[in-house]
Design a protein around this ligand. Sequence first.
Ligand code: ADP
Ligand code: PHD
Length: 449
Amino acid sequence: MSKALTIAKFGGTSVANYAAMQNCARIVANNSDTRIVVVSASAGVTNFLVSLAHTPMTQDQITETCNSIEAIEMAILEELQDRESVAPKLNDLLEELRELAFHEEILHRNDLKDQLLSMGERMSSLMFSAVLAEQDVASLNFDVRNVLRTDSEFGAAAPELETIAALAKQLLQPELKDSVVVTQGFVGCDAEGRTTTLGRGGSDFTAALLAEALDADVCEIWTDVIGVYTTDPRITPAARPLPELSFEEAAEMATFGAKVLHPATMEPALRKDIKVFVGSSKEPEKGGTWIMRDCAEEPPYRAITRRKEQVMVTVKTPKMMYAQGFLQQVFAIIAKHKLSVDLVTTSEISVSFTLDNPANSVAQRLNKETLAELQTLCDVVVEDGYDLVTVVGNNMQTAKGVSSKIFAAVAEYNLRMICFGANPHNLSFLVNESDSSEIVQELHKALFE
Ligand SMILES: Nc1ncnc2c1ncn2[C@@H]1O[C@H](COP(=O)(O)OP(=O)(O)O)[C@@H](O)[C@H]1O
Ligand SMILES: N[C@@H](CC(=O)OP(=O)(O)O)C(=O)O
């Protein structure tokens, strides 16, 4: 019988420094089923890389930002037992990083931006592999670009599943026999060999994609909280960890703002029925959340999420009265500009919708061109300053009293764009961003405390 396979992903705070990496290495060493480790960039590094790739800077500012990244990496290197063999490889990566950061076209070429963004994971995986070896685990630093094939949508690349499965079986699987493979989250490669990235927070997705490709039994997401909570513990200290969640509930939570999981993570897990575990790399003994197909309970209220900085667009024209095909024209323009519509509410002559914000790119994409095209059809009002609050649960549209309990808890606040009933797992509304923390706290009190 073949052995069970676990893939463990460690997020940015879990690999922030040498001591944090040691905690993660112990988790790997303690479970002989763990044969693949996916790491994120050390905390803070991707943010520095994003600013280098997107913000016009003076030469001094670029140098300063590169130095900040180098300081994080060097602090880890300094603690390694095997400094001598890691140092030249790290220096090569830091040199590549500086070349890209100073490249005269960096602000204008998306392929270069993604190559620069990949550097954080490429450095942390090199270092983590060395930390793992210190725990007497035979380890290999594997370049994920050999297997993680994507399209060429730089910054938000989509995986090509069949190719990934074939390449992973051919190139990654054979390595697992003798070593624990340490590889990079978030990073991919297109058919032309150019580096791509999956979008912010994409390392969870990488772990789930590799789990799917190799038919893993468990995908572990190790982070800085002991599981998925009833709401973001940063919003209220009353939030508590959930022992279990269904794939659907977890997917809703991730989509609607629970940053602990990347929204796409559940798709591969669901397709192959792979259990997902979320726990704290600092306190692994405290257990965590198991995400699976069938849970023991299906409560009407499971969690509350918040997604910040929502953009609401209202299109309005008397031409909509009794007209056919108007909405199709509006949404065709939105689709052409690669924006994805999220919530929708309608009246006879107007439609409001929010735009999904997968890579924080709505502001960039909802540009003058898109607006001008929409304005040829109708009046357009764009509003921001909203957060989206979602209650996630089960059978919400059929269970009695579900919405009245929610609305009673937030009766004092102004709600916009209430969306309910399209699926059994959520009720969402927009609120003023200045109210959103209080609203989540009030809802949490009413539903969970
Ligand atoms: N429902 C939730 N349960 C747990 N954590 C949540 C939830 N919603 C938001 N979070 C936030 O997600 C953070 C972990 O995600 P992230 O910072 O991306 O971790 P990592 O770097 O490990 O990927 C937590 O510190 C927490 O503040
Ligand atoms: N380093 C990438 C990918 C990632 O998933 O990071 P984290 O696991 O720390 O959310 C980012 O910051 O977006």
